[in-house]
Design a protein around this ligand. Sequence first.
Ligand code: SF4
Ligand code: FES
Length: 252
Amino acid sequence: MATPVLDKVEADSAASPYITATFRIRRFNPEVSDAAVWEDFTVEIDPKERVLDALHKIKWELDGTLTFRRSCAHGICGSDAMRINGRNRLACKTLIKDLSPEKPITVEPIKGLTVLKDLIVDMEPFFQAYRDVMPFLVTEGNEPTRERLQSAEDRERFDDTTKCILCAACTSSCPVFWNDGQYFGPAAIVNAHRFIFDSRDEAGEQRLEILNDKDGVWRCRTTFNCTDACPRGIEVTKAIAEVKKALITRRY
Ligand code: SF4
Ligand code: FES
């Protein structure tokens, strides 16, 4: 017997995946006020969607002035790190269902960097620290006539730190960085590590001296916030410890 149309509609609506979720977003617009305020937005959304999808929905359907960065939407470009329910995460990799959506979900900018508008911070100090550690291969002498070979074991030594996407989730979760912002920060050290332990590179000593500075690796207090925050699962604290050890032993 055919299902009555009305029953089918009711069954469909009972199976609706949508929930009503509230996003409590930290808003700041220097053209309007010097103070940041929390603003609530309520959306109907599938909890299997990501926080980035909710932010798009809010921006496209409720308030076009909401400002945030994102590009790839797939955990690759590193542009949408934000503090979600008090923890640094990528909005594009955070599912709403994992955030206890029956309560308001808080979204605010990452800490320790100047907020420019809403969820956008000034990343320049972060990228300056990155540039300062010379994040590129340095070699001397004549250009080789063939590729620079490396054993699998040598490649393995810096494999973890090649995964960094420069999202700043680690650096902006570090209490030492919050303190005065002068500390190079975990991300810069991770990217120095990537080249210091590369057998083809010849500027390890230089990079170690840069990080021997009063604002270098010795500022790290091993709180592990950085490792917990990294969306790429990089063992950030371990990489910092390896750089410290290389500074003491001068072996790397
Ligand atoms: S180490 Fe991890 S948390 Fe830090 S910038 Fe790189 S990807 Fe982001
Ligand atoms: S938008 Fe690119 S990492 Fe999230």
